[in-house]
Design a protein around this ligand. Structure first.
Ligand code: G4P
Length: 195
């Protein structure tokens, strides 16, 4: 997605060979116009998948997921990383390890919102090691719902998540795939080329 690539080139800061900072439009301050365009793009790509729910995880997945749900006219659910005061029982849970942060979180979604037969589109801001996607897939299976695909804003193509998820025959649509962050430079994977 050209508009997103341009934004990353303009505002993204390469913090190391592994980490890209995008807090001017995605992870802290949010660019609503860009999020709208992202929602339209995901909605277009998944328009024939019969999506009934969009599922993401707090916090940075919520903005792109919200816009996608708006465009597809379906509800948006976000998995929680911490137990909320009111969400005490009737939970679907999965354990997710973050290699980036070296911590494990129990993520949860209320059984009230994911139902048997739902066709679920997962949306997230980053795909790195793929552990969040695998945890959310586990929750979708527990609900006896179907995962129809995964929409990612920025995939770090040099980390294993994309391969892990695609090898499970899950459809992954990434709007920008970063091939490398070496030497302080963002290098994108061009569409149709292998990493
Ligand atoms: P994984 O799900 O693909 O295995 O990812 P991982 O655990 O490695 O990532 C943990 C957190 O770090 C996630 O956010 C993820 O979005 C974020 N992240 C990973 N790589 C980058 C990067 O290069 N740049 C930025 N900006 N973020 C990255 P989180 O902790 O859930 O944060 P938030 O959603 O609450 O903002």
């Amino acid at each position: 997605m050209k508009q997103l690539q341009e934004k990353i080139m303009q505002d993204g800061k390469v913090l190391s060979d592994e980490v890209l900072k995008v807090d001017t439009f995605l992870n802290h301050q949010i660019d609503p116009e860009l999020m709208k365009a992202i929602g339209e793009e995901f909605a277009e790509r998944f328009k024939d998948s019969g999506v009934t729910k969009v599922l993401t995880i707090e916090s940075s997945g919520i903005a792109p997921a919200m816009m996608t749900g708006l465009m597809l006219a379906v509800p948006v659910i976000f998995a929680r990383k911490r137990k909320s005061l009111t969400m005490t029982d009737n939970l679907l849970t999965a354990s997710v390890h973050s290699y980036t942060k070296n911590e494990t979180n129990e993520i949860s979604v209320s059984k009230d919102f994911l139902e048997k037969g739902d066709k679920v589109l997962l949306i997230d801001d980053f795909l790195a090691n793929g552990q969040v996607v695998l945890g959310l897939q586990d929750i979708i299976e527990q609900a006896e719902a179907d995962l129809v695909g995964v929409g990612i804003v920025i995939e770090k193509g040099f980390q294993p998540g994309g391969t892990t998820i695609r090898e499970k025959s899950i459809r992954v649509e990434s709007l920008a795939i970063i091939e490398s962050l070496q030497n302080g430079q963002v290098k994108f994977k061009e569409e149709g080329t292998a990493l």
